[in-house]
Design a protein around this ligand. Sequence first.
Ligand SMILES: NC(=O)c1ccc[n+]([C@@H]2O[C@H](COP(=O)([O-])OP(=O)(O)OC[C@H]3O[C@@H](n4cnc5c(N)ncnc54)[C@H](O)[C@@H]3O)[C@@H](O)[C@H]2O)c1
Length: 257
Amino acid sequence: MVNRLQDKVAIITGAAGGIGLETTILFVREGASVLMLDISEAALERALAKVNELCPDLKSSNNFVKTKKCDVSKEADVQAAVESMNEHGGIDVMFNNAGIMHAEDDDAIDTAEKIWDLTQAINVKGVWFGCKHAVLSMRRHKKARGSIVNTASMVALVGAAAPQLAYTASKGAVLALTRELAMDWLGDDLQKRYRREVHFPMGRFGEAIEQANAVVFLASDESSFILGQDFVVDGGMTKAYVTGEGPPTASPKNNAT
Ligand SMILES: NC(=O)c1ccc[n+]([C@@H]2O[C@H](COP(=O)([O-])OP(=O)(O)OC[C@H]3O[C@@H](n4cnc5c(N)ncnc54)[C@H](O)[C@@H]3O)[C@@H](O)[C@H]2O)c1
């Protein structure tokens, strides 16, 4: 499959290795231009060489792959990286993927406060800054659509028997903030906002093709690591805490207050 990301400009954090590098390669093969961000310049250099080697068509295309040193826990770094894409019309995709699990992360007794703070700074604040500046960029460039993808972890859903408390707490926060931002930033369209308050967050029912797209994904080899999941395609309805219009219904009285 090619060109599903044609003409899209993407930023990937933590792009010098692992999931970020693999995602960069797939994005490039699908026609996207990518700004790879990472805290390690040396690793970025090696990663870029790998991308060029594995994506030989890149050179003859109109697309680009660039690298930039960025510590996602520093807002100024994230802002500068996102704004460096202004000359390309802003970004269409932000993948907030950078994250650490520190070797000294431990249980509630033995995790040092500085390890806790460092983990939250990169894994949580880094995702917040990435989301914030991606949305500001999308608004600035009047994008009608865009995607922000944040990496959490299964430990946001289940407790880990091997203790890594700072990491686990950070990934729970990533899931929670992602859900809320998804509702908050659904769009600036007031009509849609009013409608979503009484029904679907998206302000409309799903179309058959949107279900069919999910089936195509599940039927393909791309879903090779998805097993036995509830795969929900519902326009965000089961993730939204919404407020209905009109006065609230009567509540029962508390005893003490
Ligand atoms: N690999 C897994 O099994 C797994 C499982 C669950 C979640 N995750 C999450 O997926 C994401 C990527 O994991 P991975 O396995 O590819 O990790 P990785 O360690 O291979 O890559 C992470 C990259 O992030 C970079 N990085 C670290 N601190 C940074 C900072 N402050 N600013 C910018 N870049 C920074 C590193 O230099 C590295 O290149 C992380 O958020 C991780 O928590 C991974």
